[in-house]
Ligand binder design. Sequence first.
Ligand SMILES: [Zn+2]
Length: 662
Amino acid sequence: MSSRPPFALCALLALSLPVLCAAAPTVSRLTPPSELFASNNSGGPVIARFLPGQRFDLQATVRMDTGTTLTDFRFAVDGVDTKPAANTTSVVTTGLTLQKDVNAAVVSQRAFSMKKPGVHTLTVHATQSDGQRVSATGNFEIVALERNGKPAKNIIILLGDGMGASQRTAARIMGRGYAQGKAQSPLAMDTFPVTGMVMTSSLDGIVTDSSPGMSNYVTGNKSANNTEGVFPDDTLDAFDNPRIEYLSEYLHRTQGKALGIVTTADVFDATPAAMAVHTSNRGYGTGIVDQFLDDRGLTGLSVLMGGGRKWFLPNADKLKANGALDGQPMNGSQRDARSDYELPADLIAGWGAARGSKDAGRDLIGDFRAAGFAYAPDKAGLVAADSADKLLGLFSYSNMNVAFDKINKRRGVSTIVDDYGFPDQPMLDEMASAALKVLARHKQGFIAMIEGASIDKQEHLMDTDRWLLEVLEFDRAIQVAKDFAAAHPDTIVIVTADHECSGASIIGASTKPVAALQAAATAPSVAGQRDAIVGTYQASKFPKYAMAPDGYPVSTDVDYKMLIGYGANADRYENWLSNPTPTQDSQQPFVGVAPQGGYPATPNVRNATSGFLITGQVPGDSAVHTATDVPLSAYGRGAAAFTGVMDNTDVFFKLAKIVGAR
Ligand SMILES: [Zn+2]
């Protein structure tokens, strides 16, 4: 929808009036995104939706004629000019992703909001220095919220990263057992009274990654892959993108609620960051963890727990003298000015955000403590710190070790966790319990996100028994949340996933005892390991995993064990046995160094001498996410809203309504 002359008229006039018709300004992007702007389709779905009063940025990219400059711009909603504070509007003409010969400007109005429900048109008007003008129109919706019953005070989101229906079933088979076709008992998540299905696609792909997979739930809007809490733009800066106010920010600003984030991943990872941090690059760990602290006044952040200490330690460039660590600081720090930020003035003014600084040498743990956070470096410290009202727990350099290896350390069976330097890491249910204890001290209520992160990470690696124990660990955290909600009935709890991962399928069970699997691994072959072992249909009986008092299987290598196939797989070698060590985690600071360096690098070399080759359908060396809908189960006040098939952005509006947003 442009005011430039129609092409035919231009062509006709071109001979006599080349300057007028050579071009005119155009608008190549209008934010928030809409089908009306992108496809000129007024009948398509409304893409961007907001709560009454929820803040978001208006932005447009204007391409001007060569030799001209932008002299004026304004936004209008429903034909009426918006009235920005002067210091919340800006024009950016350098540092753009557009090709160098394009004369373009990105124009913004920060932290816009409106209360009136309904679909509204958004128009940008721009004028270039020769007087030629352009206008472009899109739309967005303000969702009406009628109050419905007594509002809930607390929200607990349990996010099983990559946990689809198959993963839930497989964990039930392993953790509870079946008899003559019936589960012996349900998982905690099976006991939630309401279940629906969620569509997980992102703004720019049917298959999402974890950043929009999470932020779509808590902004009500579709973000693009690898971005969290923002819309796409045309600037190079990863922290200046048009923002969408998070549920945490909206509820802290309007109701004074606190925010808690608990994960088994590195806390900079996509899912935890997509609760509170606004960036178009999920990899910029230094800036992401800084923003957790520096903008806690916006989000109400009061609990942050997981791995990721490498981003919090000052990078003092103390290199090992013998060069064994090859440029890595000995303290494990990976703070780096290149993954940090300083925000532009209009964004600071509009949102009240902290400016930030590119400070690789920052002692961020010290700064959290100075801000009143108790700090727990391990499980023992966590027990000591949960009497605080703000809590930081950082239990490893990057992603925490998985349940399989943490439990085997507690049982004295293996010392894998020692190889990472963190022998006393808590389990997720212990972290969840401490987090809820701390958050319950916040009188206005809270929003907590508790993530079973390595379900996904071990699925990418197709390390079957490791992700299975992650689901069991996650289910124990679900029980903690359910118990909390039973004692605090003003709480809504949802269990869901950001996306499915790996296309995992329960294909059957081994027809042989585990000794036969071990024997077959000495002479790997398709005939010996696939044809002779994979039992389908009634040849797969009911595998029996004896459970230890700690809640996990005594062994995952049991006779007639459950077998998992992968529909979204890269190449791997399979011998059906549990892998004695994890596969390397490239996020760890000392991954290339012994003893971690001795672990298999990828699934396509792991078990190469003991398993048969299964050729994957996807390129690369790990399994991928899929677009399959994921289950969502709900318990507590307002749970009935979560039935049927819903978009991930719908979950935001349901939660807002349940906590009495208006
Ligand atoms: Zn993933």
